[in-house]
Structure formats: structure tokens, C-alpha cells
Write a protein that binds this ligand. Structure first.
Ligand SMILES: [Zn+2]
Length: 136
């Protein structure tokens, strides 16, 4: 069960609880029991959805921690004409520039590809032109 289904089930549980308030307990014992049973099922579905969501959040947190660690490991960068490059031992830019879109949107450093003078990002497919590429 995903979060959206869990939320829908929570709405259903609230409606069931409201219905219970409207039932005259003495008059409609059978209906009352039925609603209680439905409510119990809805609540346990919600519990399951919440615990699944908790697992999903834990997995995402682990992924974020991993990405942050990898981001830190990246080579020192140097900027040239507004683009970031790996920094060589001589402090000068090396290799391909990094995609500005990916860096700004998701903090990812993706090298641009240069194919027949068309530069693009292999991840987000942004197109660039006249971007300097350096040797290693
Ligand atoms: Zn990109």
C-alpha cells in the first residue's frame, strides 16, 4: 500500500467513525458491529501504509547520506567562464565541464559530453554550445 492509498484509507476511516456517531447503538447493533469491523480493517491498513512509508523514508535517508558522502569525495573544482571543471595539480581546469542544470537542480556533478561539436548532458540532456573542454 502506498501513501496515497493510505491517505484514502484514512479518509474512509474518518467517515466510518463519523457514521458510528450517527448510529443509535441500541437500535442498530448489527450495523454498529459492521462499521466497527470496517473501521478496524481501515485502521490496520493505515498502520501498514505508515510503516511502509517509514521504511521508504529510511531508505531515502540512507540514499541521501550516501550521495552527500559521494558529493564530498569529488575532486576539487575550478571555475572557468562560468562552468565548473575538475582542478588539475596546476590549479587549471581539466577535462569536460559539469552540467549547470544538474548541479543547480539536484546538486549532481555530471560531465558534459562533446559529440561532433554538440555539447550535451548525458543525464538531463541539456544542450550547450561553445563550452571549453580541456585535456587531462
Ligand atoms: Zn544535466
Amino acid at each position: 500500500m502506498d501513501i496515497m492509498t493510505g491517505l484514502a484509507t484514512a479518509s474512509q476511516a474518518i467517515k466510518l467513525a463519523n457514521d458510528l456517531r450517527g448510529i443509535d447503538k441500541a437500535m442498530d447493533a448489527a450495523e454498529f458491529k459492521l462499521k466497527i469491523a470496517d473501521l478496524t480493517i481501515a485502521l490496520s491498513d493505515i498502520k501498514m501504509a505508515l510503516s511502509e512509508a517509514k521504511e521508504e523514508i529510511s531508505a531515502k535517508e540512507a540514499e541521501i547520506t550516501d550521495l552527500k558522502a559521494r558529493f564530498k569525495q569529488t575532486t576539487e573544482l575550478v571555475e572557468y567562464e562560468g562552468y565548473k571543471y575538475d582542478k588539475g595539480a596546476d590549479e587549471k581546469p581539466r577535462g569536460a565541464p559539469y552540467c549547470q542544470v544538474c548541479e543547480q537542480k539536484s546538486g549532481l556533478l555530471i560531465h558534459l559530453a562533446d559529440f561532433r561539436n554538440v555539447q550535451n548532458c548525458p543525464s538531463c540532456n541539456s544542450k550547450y554550445s561553445n563550452v571549453a573542454f580541456f585535456g587531462y
